[in-house]
Design a protein around this ligand. Structure first.
Ligand code: TYD
Length: 221
């Protein structure tokens, strides 16, 4: 690294190993700005970073995303489409990136399916678990940031946002179920999750995100 590298950036160069990190939370939790910051820091440190999202991340999966976000469908169809998109994304983008040692930063992954289709829509968790096994063949993120906050706070943040999609236009009770679905996943697999209090200020949330990387030894203080 050159000597003029900012301190917070050089903190990331201690690792050359690829990582699979996902970012989750109800709509309006503010995860995207923290994802942007981490992506910028990792890239500035010279690491191979793949920034991607679900549903999406490949041409086919982006087409499926359009349907999932805007077309009316039943919860099984919705679940099959998000897992079909996930399969294409894993095979074409995520697995090759991890195999070459890249850091994959993914805006939502399977925890969103358990939270939105399982929690929000009330769809059968057993079917989702079966699809998860078929599609992922054991692949899981190494670290998942769960940006948790009350739905009423998230709704206030979203109020100024663009026109809502099929999920964003759901009511408060739906997002209470989504939040509970996320927290159930976090409680079932606590070692994979960093639970972030997303109701705090952006700086405080950023500190929590950094602290989770520090505690894993993935960055230096
Ligand atoms: P989101 O990731 O929030 O993108 P944007 O910032 O552009 O709104 O939107 C994706 C939506 O898709 C979000 O409301 C959650 C939903 N979703 C599911 O219902 N199931 C899933 O498996 C995934 C990945 C997302």
């Amino acid at each position: 690294m050159s000597q003029d590298t900012p301190a917070q950036v050089s903190a990331f160069v201690s690792s050359i190993q690829g990582r699979f990190i996902t970012f989750e939370g109800i709509d309006g939790a503010g995860k995207t700005s923290h994802l942007n910051a981490m992506e910028a820091q990792l890239r500035a440190a010279g690491l191979d970073v793949v920034r991607t999202r679900e549903p999406g991340g490949t041409p086919l999966a982006e087409k499926l995303r359009e349907s999932v976000l805007h077309d009316s469908m039943d919860p099984l169809t919705e679940s099959l489409l998000v897992f079909a998109a996930r399969r294409d994304h894993l095979v074409r983008v995520i697995e090759p990136a991890l195999a070459r040692g890249a850091w994959v930063l993914c805006d939502r992954f399977t925890d969103a399916t358990f939270a939105y289709q399982g929690g929000g829509r009330g769809f059968d968790q057993g079917v989702l678990q079966t699809l998860e096994q078929w599609v992922q063949a054991g692949r899981q993120p190494e670290l998942t940031f769960l940006f948790d906050l009350p739905p009423e706070t998230a709704a206030q943040r979203l109020a100024a946002a663009r026109s809502p999609d099929r999920f964003e236009s759901e009511d408060r009770a739906f997002f209470e179920r989504v939040r509970a679905g996320y927290l159930a996943r976090q409680q079932a697999m606590p070692e994979r999750f960093a639970l972030i209090d997303a109701s705090r200020t952006p700086d405080e949330v950023g500190e929590q995100v950094h602290g989770a990387l520090l505690s894993r030894g993935w960055v230096r203080a």
